[in-house]
Design a protein around this ligand. Sequence first.
Ligand code: KIV
Length: 279
Amino acid sequence: MKKTVMTLAQKKAQQEKSSMLTAYDYTTAKLMDDAGIDALLVGDSLGMVMLGYEDTLQVTMEDMIHHSKAVRRGAKKALVVTDLPFLSYHVSVEQAVLNAGRLVKEGQAEAVKLEGGVAFAEVIAAIVRAQIPVMGHIGLTPQSVNAFGGFKIQGKTLAAARQIVADAFAVEAAGAFAVVLEGIPGDLADYITQRLSIPTIGIGAGNKTDGQVLVYQDALGMYGDLQPKFVKRFGEAGTLYKAAFTTYQEEITTGAFPSDAHTFPIDQKIIEILKQEER
Ligand code: KIV
């Protein structure tokens, strides 16, 4: 059955956990879909893990649309949520709605995600009014990396925790269908999760949230540039890829690949005739 924004709400109501992973291409999206992952996030983290930037700030609307379309083609059942990139929703409410609409119309997204709480409540409400489901994202919001002075855990002081709680309530009141809680203490995420009616999806926020999301290259040990403490490796795809690439390199060098098994045969008489015609 196709999963929708309602699926996450129903799961929260039934005290079931929702699963989400980032996805950026057709093949990986299809594998995740087949594995039964509830929601695929076309995250602007693609700037780092797919494009090699140091942070997410250079990611464009065109980048997001390109990857979102590919993921949607692979996701037959999973809900596809696509990130609004940095500065695509900050300048005006009108521009935010238009860009959210582009992610749906051109990128085939079923919902959009944007970073920010109280300060972006008006933007969330306007996008929701345009009938586009919005997932909020608060706490350690990566687009604020320069304002935070690095990728630092948020909400550790009373004032900071109060602000994050206020952000969570503002996102919910604005009409978001779910909210990502990133890089905050587990007990604070638990406190928020118990008080919100919409599902919380945690990343680096402990195990009391209604669901979890990870960047899949982190979860599969494929991306070594940053290794946050909250990441668990569910596989060693990085090691697997490297070993396979090394063997490929060796077999090309030695001529072991391609073997007869990987080569198309032809009637030898044809080759003989070609050789005779040369003379
Ligand atoms: O861009 C992304 O991958 C995200 C997740 C870290 C939640 O926003």
